[in-house]
Design a protein around this ligand. Sequence first.
Ligand code: FEO
Length: 405
Amino acid sequence: MGISKMTEGIYKLSTNMESILFEGVWEIPHGVSLNSYVVKGEKTALIDGFCGWDGVPETFFSMLDQMDVSLDSLDYIVINHVEPDHSGWIENIKTFKKDITILCTRAAEKMLGAFYEGDMTIQTVKDGDVFDLGQGKSLAFYCTPNVHWPDTMVTFEAQSGTLFTCDAFGSFGSVKGDGFDDDLTEEAIEFYEKEAVRYYSNILATFSNFVERAIEKCEKLPYQIIAPGHGIAWRQNPDKIINDYKRYAAYQTEVDKKKITLLWGSMYGMTARGVAFIEKEFEKYDVELASYEIPETSWGTALASVWESSAVILAMPTYEYKMFPPMAAVLEELGKKKVQNRLLFRIGSYGWSGGAEKELREILDRYQMNWQKLDSVEFNGAPNQDAFDAIGKSIKVLISQLEEQ
Ligand code: FEO
């Protein structure tokens, strides 16, 4: 775990989680950081809390020493969001700091009782409430429901202009060093940008309309620093992550990039021959094509790529009268995340009956995805020359429609 001074009286505490599935579902090949923050006035507040602490009181006391914070002054834990990656150390802290008060929304109060045992002193806060910590430090609370759960809020410290945003403006990717944007190379910032797309599409995508409302609310605050619960903190260019998030939220319904994602799966290599042809065809065109085999590629990676693609090519066979099952699972997830308004082209092999195409239409309809679909090219067994010709024509049409957008 790393402790770093972010600005006068404010510290960032980060730990990296690796070799886990985030939320038990999402692959994180580059890890994720869990960030907590300490705001030190006359009284001290800990904002969000998990941080990889081992639960041993002496470890915690040593952390306080590093920040020159006395246990007596630690009066508040601000829970911006109850999901355990932001609240996981409540029970341990309560064992040696019984008089600590939790500040959270009313919705969070109900959840805390469900997630944690024992008595807790909870003080609920409302939108716009301000809490004075003394020595010029104050905390103001702004509700940002459904970014990520209904309980969520952000906390603003006015003296430093620090906005503690919890899940909003976060990213995957382990944090090295202090984890501030002003310490990082352009290459490193690009890395976190990619990890932010993956994080956004996996964790927040469903709630994009709420994210847009939260951004509007945050933009009205005179922030100088954006301090999220995951990823790096933005001290030098906080507007960058705000603007990136505006774009990510908009991607739910409209993508301004000419990128195509090809998701494909094959049982015995027949559909894969069509995929090889597609990949070769794309060498003729100056369009970005990202190709992922399913199920070898995780849902999270497929979703991140589709999130920032304006067109999707699906290649999968029929399997027992239905769609190749792992592809159906990925498409269901795209539907649940409300990925809308993409251009779509599909190819696929069948043996004795079709079925994949019917299930594809059912999924698109069920989730009201409004994908604009070109005629699919299905082939019995292996694709023949007629099938390759039809695929080539459809790709040409797909690209011309993409260019017109
Ligand atoms: Fe980072 Fe919704 O938890």
